[in-house]
Ligand binder design. Structure first.
Ligand code: UDX
Length: 424
């Protein structure tokens, strides 16, 4: 059983069903459950809707409204908790949704069932779960996800590693059997280590990005090229070449939230981190530095018309949470610019926040006419492989602002476009 049908829970449920497990996904939102029963995924994640359809057709994947209905339809051996743990007021993870999900299960859990933290929860939460359950015949384990939005299905089916944390061998073995189809190494450890490993991985990745972004800022000041530095740094096998791409900052529902929550976990335990908070501060400033670049190009942004390609925080997702694109658009609007934007998947999500403060294109091309420059803020393939000859001919001024450092700058320059980014 999987509790919560957001992108983590639904990927977990649909992928396990695709590997032959009997799975029931439970949610308390009736609209979501009804839509999922019809095979419709209420958000966009590449490959997920197909997998859900296949799961329903095979009979391995079912949906239920609320725990009671779920337990009527299936008696699970393992229950995965995959509900949201947003940032609370002090930066810590807000566990209220998670706690009420746990409590909703109490009447239905039977001895020997394993309850698994799939949501990202601070180290030590497992102990709280045992208290909320108020019984000791249920094992509580941690099995963090390492799924990137946009590639979550393939990340799940071909993971680098499976991390399982539990305090007894029987629980570890039970969870290992859930992943018996998977070739990746299974790393077993105690529950606190598994809980902390998730935060450690995300904080490490986010730190790497903020550090590279700072180096890009310095590169700009001395006329160095960050793309070349990235290659030189990544060639060191101790560092590795992945996850070094700089730009206007990172976004998403995980990094900002998890980094702040790790800082707060340390604080709650009496440890004041010196290094964690600046990861977020650098990231926030990165969007401002990018907007300064745009401002420098025009002198003054008041009345400037700009086209934006990309609103989602990552390609292949419709998620705009903490998206650098949203941050940048808000700053540009404050400075008096007017914006027309297009994203292949995230238009509806963006509209919820930006409302009618910008105009929305039907496709990526229409918004270029009359625009005095183009900002590329999400690395969708359709943007990276676009015909920039057409872009050059359509824009009023040949200015491209690359917020992801993913465009072939030399080719674009050969076409006569001026490519502007941080450190490029
Ligand atoms: C992240 C982790 O990668 C995943 O393992 C974890 O479980 C959830 O958090 P996610 O936030 O979905 O996944 O996407 P990811 O691909 O990691 O990208 C996060 C942000 O970093 C995006 O805004 C992306 O554009 C940015 N990024 C990524 C860079 O700026 N440079 C890079 O080199 C890579």
């Amino acid at each position: 059983m999987v509790i919560g049908t957001g992108y983590v829970g639904l990927v977990q449920g649909a992928c396990l069903a695709s590997q032959g497990h009997q799975v029931i996904c439970v949610d308390i939102d009736a609209d979501k459950v009804n839509s999922l029963r019809d095979g419709k995924v209420p958000f966009f994640e590449e490959g997920l809707e197909v997998l859900v359809g296949e799961g329903i057709a095979s009979g391995n994947l079912q949906f239920a409204l609320g725990a009671e209905e779920g337990f009527t339809q299936l008696t699970p051996e393992v229950v995965f908790l995959a509900v949201g743990t947003p940032t609370g007021v002090d930066g810590s993870a807000d566990l209220s949704i998670f706690e009420s999900a746990v409590k909703s299960l109490v009447p239905y859990l039977t001895p020997g069932m394993v309850l698994v933290e799939k949501s990202t929860v601070p180290a030590g939460t497992g102990k709280k779960v045992l208290e909320w359950l108020g019984r000791d015949d249920i094992a509580v384990a941690s099995n963090p996800e390492f799924l990137r939005e946009g590639t979550a299905v393939s990340d799940f089916l071909k993971p680098d590693r499976i991390v399982i944390g539990a305090d007894d061998i029987a629980t570890l073995e039970m969870l290992k059997s859930v992943y018996a189809w998977c070739e990746a190494p299974v790393l077993t450890m105690n529950r606190e280590s598994a809980e902390l490993a998730k935060y450690a991985a995300n904080t490490m990745l986010a730190a790497r990005l903020s550090l590279m972004n700072e180096i890009a800022n310095i590169a700009d000041l001395i006329g160095a090229n960050i793309s070349e530095i990235e290659t030189a740094v990544g060639a060191d096998p101790r560092i590795g070449s992945k996850f070094l791409r700089t730009g206007a900052g990172f976004g998403g529902s995980c990094f900002p939230k998890d980094v702040l929550a790790l800082e707060q976990t340390g604080r709650d335990l009496g440890y004041e981190s010196q290094l964690i908070r600046p990861i977020i501060d650098v990231n926030t400033r990165q969007a401002e530095i990018f907007v300064d670049k745009v401002r420098e190009a025009y002198g003054d942004l008041d009345g400037i018309k700009l086209a934006v390609w990309g609103l989602a925080f990552n390609a292949k997702t419709d998620d705009t949470r903490e998206s650098p694109a949203m941050r940048i658009i808000n700053l540009l609007l404050e400075a008096g610019a007017s914006i027309s934007a297009y994203d292949p998947a995230a238009m509806n999500e963006a509209r919820k926040e930006l409302k009618d403060r910008i105009t929305y294109g039907k496709d990526q091309w229409g918004i270029l006419s009359g625009a005095q420059g183009l900002l590329v803020l999400t690395e969708w393939d359709v943007f990276l492989s676009a015909d920039y000859g057409v872009v050059m001919r359509t824009l009023e001024q040949p200015l491209i602002f690359d917020g992801k450092h993913a465009l072939p700058a030399e080719t674009l320059r050969d076409l006569g476009l001026q490519v502007i980014g941080i450190g490029i």
